[in-house]
Write a protein that binds this ligand. Structure first.
Ligand code: FRU
Length: 455
């Protein structure tokens, strides 16, 4: 079991597993109004272990129906992260009785020696049960110690399926006509990544901009030099149908989020916009998180876009699907009790602080200056469950602002998870906190004003 904290830390609107362990989102696909979310799951304990794919569906990405486990470990290994597609044209030949196959592609990770290969399975009953393909693996390990997390997508440039898979310190790209026979078409990252560490959970997708379509490549990675800080790096460029080229050069790596708890995120397949979900706990201390009988959560769904800033094109993220909830927002005043365990704030102003505080004097402080955003969770609540969690690296997060003037910030707080979307989502910080009592008071400093809405 993970450590039992003093309170029930389960968020209200963020996805959490019904019980036991969860990590990366997997197999995310939108089919006829239904969002399918599979996820890395250990059904017997609230800590990481033999990986299965848990499954849930939603019509609004806020209310989830939990379904039976979709994929179980087998003789080829655990079922690590991967993706799923809706094979409308039956390219795979798996269709039967007019039922369109949902095809999952995932990594088989062999526990004995860590060998990683890509396998497929198909469902003919709407993603509930899967049959594994007899010809697995469909992509054998090319001699790499890390080779995982295939993300399949429809390649409009070549009219075929393509997939991107994390391959040690970079990503490989493959193509296929039938989801079974794959040929490598490209590689990206070994030179371009300045962090030089192991890649995980890569994704690649187009985003519309004022200058036409650009492509984004996401890669999750843990920085050994920063105590294992797990983050998502991104690149902006072009996909020529076979490989990716980054065209937005930057001296520093581009990070998707400047908080501590946003990892292994990818976007949904088969939806017109890039809608992103990520695991909301840093793997460095996720096994020790004091959430008791369950572990892990997903970020709020986010729509990703590219904004042309004075520094170049950068990703902006906005909560997706919260419009109805936000409609009921009302002004709040300094010192007003927050009272709810889950709420959202729309903040305007140019400088100052937003402080969320409880009776035990535990608090989160979000500071805004003309050129920086700083989020301080060093005194936010429980820390002793993990040495890392309370250490300096994981206490205060900050970033340079990419916009000037009014910070236009949205803050979501859901029992134990904070998400800050500043400057229209150009800077986001996501982090877990475990306060001993709910934050009851909102303090505002500087010229910041806020409206509140319920979550
Ligand atoms: C990322 C990750 C993936 C892997 C999975 C195993 O958090 O390490 O690379 O497939 O988790 O649970």
């Amino acid at each position: 079991m993970s450590t039992q904290g003093v309170r029930n830390f389960r968020p209200k609107v963020h996805f959490t597993p019904p019980a036991m362990w969860s990590n990366d989102p997997n197999g995310m696909v939108y089919i006829d109004g239904v969002w399918h979310l599979y996820y890395q799951h250990h059904p017997k304990e609230a800590v990481w272990g033999p990986m299965h794919w848990g499954h849930a569906v939603s019509r609004d990405l806020l209310h989830w129906e939990h379904l039976p486990i979709a994929l179980y470990p087998d003789e080829k290994g655990y079922i690590f992260s991967g993706s799923a597609v809706y094979d409308r044209e039956n390219t795979s030949g798996f269709a039967r009785d007019g039922e369109t196959p949902i095809v999952a592609i995932y990594t088989n990770h062999r526990a004995e020696d860590g060998r990683e290969q890509q396998s497929i399975a198909y469902s003919l009953n709407g993603g509930i049960q899967f049959e594994k393909y007899y010809g697995n693996p469909v992509i054998e390990n090319p001699g790499l110690s890390d080779f995982r997390d295939p993300k399949v997508f429809w390649n409009r440039k070549k009219n075929c399926w393509s997939l991107i898979v994390a391959a040690k310190n970079c990503a490989y790209i493959y193509a296929s006509d039938n989801l079974k026979d794959w040929k490598k078409t490209g590689e990206f990252g070994a030179v371009e990544d300045k962090v030089k560490t192991t890649w995980e959970c890569t994704d690649i997708f187009p985003v519309m901009t004022e200058e036409g379509e650009k492509w984004v490549l996401l890669a999750s990675m843990m920085e050994p030099e920063k105590g294992g800080w797990a983050r998502i790096q991104y690149f902006v460029g072009e996909f020529d149908g076979e490989t990716f080229h980054d065209t937005e050069k930057s001296d520093e790596p581009l990070w998707l989020d400047f908080g501590f708890d946003n990892y292994a995120g990818v976007i949904f397949n088969n939806y017109i916009k890039p809608i992103f979900l990520a695991w909301g706990v840093n793997p460095t201390y996720a096994n020790q998180a004091p959430t008791g009988s369950y572990a892990g959560l997903m970020t709020i769904p986010r729509e990703l876009s590219l904004v042309n800033t004075e520094y170049g094109y950068r990703i902006a993220a906005a909560p997706f699907g919260l419009d109805k909830i936000r409609a009921g927002s009302y002004p709040v005043f300094d010192g007003s009790p927050v009272l709810m365990e889950s709420f959202g704030l729309k903040v305007a102003g140019t400088h100052g602080k937003i402080i969320l505080k409880n009776q035990k004097n535990q608090k989160i402080t979000i500071s805004v200056t003309s050129d920086k955003i700083i989020v301080d969770r060093s005194r936010a609540g429980a820390q002793s469950f993990s040495e890392k969690f309370g250490s300096e690296i994981y206490s205060v997060a900050q970033t340079r602002r990419l916009a000037k003037g009014d910070v236009k910030m949205e803050i979501l707080f859901d029992v134990s998870y904070l998400e800050v979307f500043a400057d229209g989502g150009l800077e986001t910080a996501s982090m877990v906190v475990y306060p001993d009592a709910p934050y009851q008071t909102l303090i505002m400093e500087g010229d910041l004003r806020a409206e509140m809405f319920e979550l």
